[in-house]
Design a protein around this ligand. Structure first.
Ligand SMILES: [Zn+2]
Length: 451
């Protein structure tokens, strides 16, 4: 292949420049002996074929960091941080819920990662994560867009009420579980789990609660994983299972039950995301007692080692600086730190630095939207605590403030919809600054995970 590829900046934005002939699959405008090609879906797909390092690879059990990017502009900044570390990056990562809010598709997310990797000439490989997949339709969409990394979320099938049901209520629910899908009889399930284990004594009540709470969800994960297998069978792919959005923390006994059942049913997962004890609110540090967290986390890490090893995946993982050392101490290499919204906040920090008028409009709008947009999030921000007479130079300091961070975090869909063109224009004009603030921010996330 004699063609050469370069990313160039033009007055209309970034373009792919190809010299030495236009290979099959690309399209663009000829200028002399080069072609100037738009950064669109067809050219992204062609680039992934021409330069395989611009396509995602599997992550497997490598220590990894998920770098969600809601705008599709953050990958270059993420690369500046991860390339100095031994954490394997996952760039094309977004939940369907956030894609809908941002007006993006699985294909957009994949293509933006490709362009970011290409821009930085980052040839060391990256993973992808179609996050929080809940049904087979979105699995089909993501596979069509080239994803080979998936996080299955059976949260809608978790029976949270089983946490407090009476024993009689649990017995009735247990009898009515989808035993055919679970491919075991109630008696055999009892035999499998009742008694002593390394997570402690599993009593009838503990087993019934865990089974009633999670077995239907586990059957759903099996169903979803079979869909992936039917598309990708024989090829390598990454699979994570998340139960982090349940009403109550996942106890060690429940984690043990979930992981054992997934294994029994032949679900091959490399990562599991329990809901850990304490509060993992969006965009701010861990809220809770660190000693209590450590004792609980150590038990989860041991289960992941003994039943796998598989990686513990830390969802809402951004900005949890006080617990990173504890996490790394107990997981070692078997960890995936998943971040997403924090790169959106860093984008807004750049707006606050370079276009204070736009930032003030965004902040006012976010405060107005907050009561509505906070609905699907678990957060404690109070917008009344955000000062309304800040000088321009103080605006970036808002990013050290819990209330401002959360208000700006959860309103991102509304803000994107309202300010899309101006946001992109300001960030593209200041893309070197966005890279730099992301590097600083991600260095702080990655350093605690370095030996
Ligand atoms: Zn999650």
């Amino acid at each position: 292949m004699s063609e050469t590829f370069a990313l160039i900046k033009t007055e209309h934005g970034k373009r792919l420049q190809i010299s030495g002939g236009l290979p099959a699959g690309f399209h663009g405008e000829q200028q002399g002996d080069t072609w100037i090609c738009p950064l669109d879906e067809a050219n992204a797909a062609a680039l992934r074929r021409a330069l395989p390092w611009t396509a995602p690879t599997t992550v497997g059990l490598r220590k990894s960091v998920g770098c969600g990017d809601r705008l599709g502009l953050a990958t270059p900044g993420h690369i500046l941080a991860v390339r100095e570390s031994d954490m394997f990056p996952v760039f094309a990562q977004q939940s369907i819920r956030e894609m809908v809010r941002a007006g993006r598709t699985p294909q957009n997310v994949m293509d933006d990662a490709t362009w970011g990797v290409f821009e930085m000439d980052y040839q060391s490989g990256f993973g992808c994560d179609a996050d929080h997949l809940k049904n087979t339709d979105v699995i089909d969409q993501c596979i069509a867009a080239g994803y080979i990394g998936f996080t299955l979320d059976p949260g809608e099938f978790v029976d949270n009420a089983a946490h407090i049901d009476t024993l009689a209520g649990l017995q009735a629910k247990f009898a009515a579980l989808p035993w055919d899908d679970l491919a075991i009889t109630p008696d055999d399930l009892r035999k499998r789990y009742l008694g002593g284990s390394f997570v402690g004594e599993i009593t009838e009540e503990i087993l019934l609660r865990a089974a009633c709470k999670y077995s239907t969800a586990i059957a759903h994960v099996r169903h979803l994983s079979q869909r992936i297998e039917s598309h990708l069978g024989g090829k390598a792919y990454d699979l994570e299972v998340s139960v982090d959005e349940t009403d109550t923390p996942t106890s060690p006994a429940e984690h043990y039950f979930i992981a054992s059942e997934l294994k029994r049913l032949g679900v091959k997962f490399q990562g599991l995301a329990p809901r850990f004890i304490g509060s993992f609110e969006k965009g701010v540090d861990y809220i809770g007692d660190l000693d209590v967290f450590e004792e609980d986390f150590a038990a989860h890490a041991r289960i992941a080692r003994e039943l796998g090893p598989y990686k513990l995946s830390i969802h809402s993982g951004s900005d949890k600086f006080s617990i990173y050392p504890i996490i790394y101490k107990h997981t070692g290499e078997y960890v995936h730190l998943k971040t997403a919204g924090t790169s959106w906040l860093e984008a807004l920090r750049v707006i606050a630095m370079y276009d204070t008028a736009l930032f003030r409009e965004i902040l006012d709008f976010a405060i107005e939207r907050f009561p509505t947009d906070r609905a699907s999030y678990h957060i404690s921000a109070d917008p009344a605590k955000i000062s309304d007479d800040l000088m321009d130079v103080d605006l970036p300091n808002l990013f050290e403030n819990l209330d401002a961070r959360q208000v700006l975090h959860v309103t991102f869909g509304s803000v994107m919809t309202q300010f899309r063109d101006r946001l992109y224009a300001t960030l593209e004009a200041n893309d070197e600054s966005y890279k730099a603030v992301l590097k600083t921010h991600f260095d702080k996330h990655i350093a605690p995970f370095q030996a």
